[in-house]
Design a protein. Structure first.
Length: 249
C-alpha cells in the first residue's frame, strides 16, 4: 500500500476515534489495531498510539480547567497511584511477543464490544463534589495503571468505574480526574516506548492530528442522539479488525 494512502487511512481513523472518544468512548480500540494492520508490530503500534492519547488528554485537561473543573492536588495523588502500574505495564508490553499481544488484543476487543452495550449507571451521584474515599481506590488505580501502560484500549471505562464506585463522585469530576491520570502516566509510557524504539513518529503525528480534529468535531456537535449508531459502527469496525488480527496469527 502506498504511504500516502496509509497516512490518509490513519488520519481518518484518528478523526473517527477522536469523535468516538467524545461521544461514546473506546477510540483506541480502533486506532491501535489500524496501526498494526498498516504494518507496525504490536509494540510500535502500542507506542505510536500514545502520541494521539497524549495530545487528546492535554486538550481535555485544559478544557476542564477553563470550565473551572480542576482539583490538581487530588488528581496528582490519584495519578501517582496509577503511575508505577503504568510504567510496569509498558515495560511488560515491549517485551511481549507480537503473537501473544495480538491474541490478548483480540480477546480485549471482544470485551470492548460487550462493554459498549452493557454500561454502568453513572447518574446516581450527579452534582456530588465531596469524595467518599475508600482505601480500595489506591490498589485499584495501580492495577488500572498497569493495564493502561500495557495496552490502553478501554482504560477510560475502567478508570471511570474505579473512580465512580470508590469515590462516589459526579460524572464530571470522575472525567476530570480520569483525563488527568491518563495524561500523567502517558508521559513515562511514551518515554519507555520511544527509548526502546517503538514509536513511528510520522504515523503518530498524523494520528494525533486526526484525533484532535475528531475530538473537536465531536465536542462541537455533541451528537448524543447518535450514540447507539456510533456504537454499532464501532462494533462493526472492531469485528472486522478482530478477524484481520486472527488471520495474522
Amino acid at each position: 500500500m502506498p504511504q500516502y494512502l496509509q497516512l490518509i487511512i490513519l488520519f481518518l481513523s484518528g478523526v473517527i476515534a477522536g469523535f468516538i472518544n467524545v461521544n461514546a468512548g473506546g477510540g483506541s480500540s480502533l486506532t491501535l489495531p489500524v496501526l498494526m494492520l498498516l504494518g507496525l508490530d504490536s509494540a510500535a503500534a502500542n507506542g505510536t498510539n500514545r502520541i494521539g492519547i497524549l495530545v487528546q488528554t492535554v486538550s481535555s485537561v485544559s478544557s476542564f480547567r477553563k470550565q473551572a473543573h480542576s482539583d490538581f492536588k487530588k488528581s496528582i495523588m490519584y495519578a501517582c497511584c496509577a503511575l508505577p502500574g503504568a510504567v510496569a505495564g509498558s515495560l511488560f508490553s515491549v517485551r511481549l511477543s507480537d503473537k501473544s499481544f495480538k491474541t490478548i488484543l483480540s480477546i480485549i476487543l471482544i470485551g470492548i464490544i460487550i462493554s459498549l452495550f452493557v454500561k454502568p449507571d453513572f447518574t446516581k451521584t450527579a452534582g456530588n463534589t465531596t469524595e467518599k474515599r475508600s482505601w480500595f481506590v489506591f490498589p485499584a488505580l495501580v492495577a488500572v495503571g498497569f493495564y493502561g501502560g500495557f495496552i490502553q484500549v478501554g482504560v477510560g471505562f475502567l478508570l471511570m468505574s474505579t473512580l465512580y464506585y470508590t469515590l462516589h463522585l459526579s460524572l464530571v469530576r470522575v472525567n476530570m480526574h480520569k483525563v488527568f491520570i491518563v495524561f500523567i502516566y502517558t508521559i513515562p509510557t511514551i518515554t519507555i516506548f520511544a527509548v526502546t524504539g517503538n514509536i513511528h513518529l510520522v504515523f503518530g503525528i498524523i494520528l494525533a492530528a486526526g484525533m484532535a480534529i475528531g475530538g473537536w468535531w465531536g465536542a462541537h456537535f455533541a451528537v448524543k442522539k447518535g450514540d447507539t449508531f456510533i456504537r454499532l459502527i464501532l462494533v462493526a469496525a472492531i469485528v472486522i479488525i478482530i478477524i484481520k488480527l486472527l488471520q495474522t496469527l
